[in-house]
Write a protein that binds this ligand. Structure first.
Ligand code: SAH
Ligand code: SF4
Length: 350
């Protein structure tokens, strides 16, 4: 199986081109064909010699994904189910926001973190995605657009991005490159369940990408029930890493908080959360997320409206920045891993 050329960062592409005894600027030409003109076939790269095009064809494919299903929601959200070259399934979501078009990418086939509310965790991790397989999700969606541009990317699909750190970082550098897709770092958000060691690494990377932490609980007791990872990396350790991150980058961190009825959405939970974040204030932002029920986890119930608003008000009263996040594509299972999980559990029938 030939690898995708999307695996290569610009630096790696230059190195490969030079190793083929071609001039360095050929790499930049290829880069422009891929990410500016966005061709899907090496034969369309008309300013390269036939021999070099043959060489590219012999070493790489461009697109490693096969589009299987596209579902469209009443709110314009589109969900893509892709098949990888080894027949594994992944999903990608395109959201129409007021500020532009945002793509939510998957980073692993399944996820080993096993959070109890999440469809991706149900299927466990089969493997990491390569850099190219992550890049290709954005490219495939960009190819399907006419006169529109993917302007934002969120790394919040299936998988734990910091458990596939190198490939995810390469992906971020590729989509951010100003001679390519040029998606601004401030328009990119990576969400993690809280792998503290990688938060330290991320703080010192030169990309100015936004960081989101899936917190979901105000204390270790609840968080360990919801997220297995908390038993290894408790809240104190996570907060220490986040403090390092904010001190190093002076950038805001957003905290994802999935509201689950009676589990973490009561007054004392809100007060505890406000207390946990009180010394971060300006640099902390809470996204309150409404639960998207998944059949296999019916122990959880979406919080009712009164509880959501009370939780929100309490955070506001304590001067914690927060929003209730609008959920896109509810009618098409647009939460993390749901379409793929349904395919897996139903043998592909829907
Ligand atoms: N693994 C990373 C990124 C992918 S999950 C992380 O956990 O941060 C992206 C977000 O989807 C997380 O904040 C997660 O809590 C949320 N999510 C997972 N299952 C959900 C569900 N059933 N309903 C609503 N949000 C969900
Ligand atoms: Fe993995 Fe994130 Fe789902 Fe947890 S919420 S199982 S870390 S994808």
């Amino acid at each position: 199986m030939k690898p995708s050329i999307y695996n290569l960062t610009k630096k790696a592409l230059i190195k490969w081109v030079v190793a083929q005894k071609e001039k360095k600027f050929r790499a930049l030409q290829i880069w422009e064909w891929l990410y500016r003109k966005r061709v899907t076939d090496f034969n369309e790269m008309t300013n390269l010699s036939n021999d070099f095009v043959n060489c590219l064809n012999a070493h790489f494919v461009i697109n490693p994904l096969k589009k299987l299903i596209i579902q469209e929601s009443f709110d314009g959200t589109k969900k893509y189910l892709f098949k990888l070259l080894d027949h594994q399934l992944i999903e990608t979501v395109l959201m129409r926001q007021k500020y532009g078009l945002s793509v939510c990418v998957t980073t692993q086939v399944g996820c080993k973190m096993g959070c109890s509310f999440c469809a991706s965790g149900l299927l466990n991790k089969k493997r990491d995605l390569s850099t190219g397989e992550i890049v290709a999700q954005v490219m495939q969606i960009q190819h399907s657009l006419v006169n529109e541009r993917v302007s934002h990317v969120v790394v919040m699909g299936i998988g734990e991005p910091f458990d596939n750190y190198e490939n995810v970082l390469n992906f971020l550098h590729i989509i951010n490159d100003d001679r390519g897709l040029a998606i601004g770092a401030r328009h990119i958000t990576v969400s993690t369940s809280g792998l503290a060691a990688k938060i330290y690494d991320f703080a010192t990377d030169d990309l100015q990408v936004n960081l989101a932490i899936s917190l979901h609980a105000p204390n270790n007791e609840i968080r360990s029930c919801l997220m297995r990872i908390n038993r290894l990396i408790p809240i104190e350790k996570l907060m220490k890493a986040i403090d390092f991150y904010t001190k190093t980058t002076n950038r805001r961190v957003s905290f994802e908080y999935l509201l689950l009825s009676k589990v973490n959405d009561q007054v004392h939970h809100a007060k505890r959360l406000a207390n946990l974040l009180k010394n971060k204030k300006k640099l902390a932002y809470v996204n309150l997320i409404l639960y998207n029920p998944i059949n296999e986890h019916d122990q959880y119930v979406r919080s009712n409206k009164e509880d959501v608003l009370r939780f929100y008000d309490l955070l506001k009263k304590n001067k914690i920045n927060c929003v209730i996040r609008q959920k896109f594509g509810r009618d098409i299972d647009a939460a993390c891993g749901q379409l793929r999980a349904k395919q897996a559990f139903s043998g592909g029938k829907r």
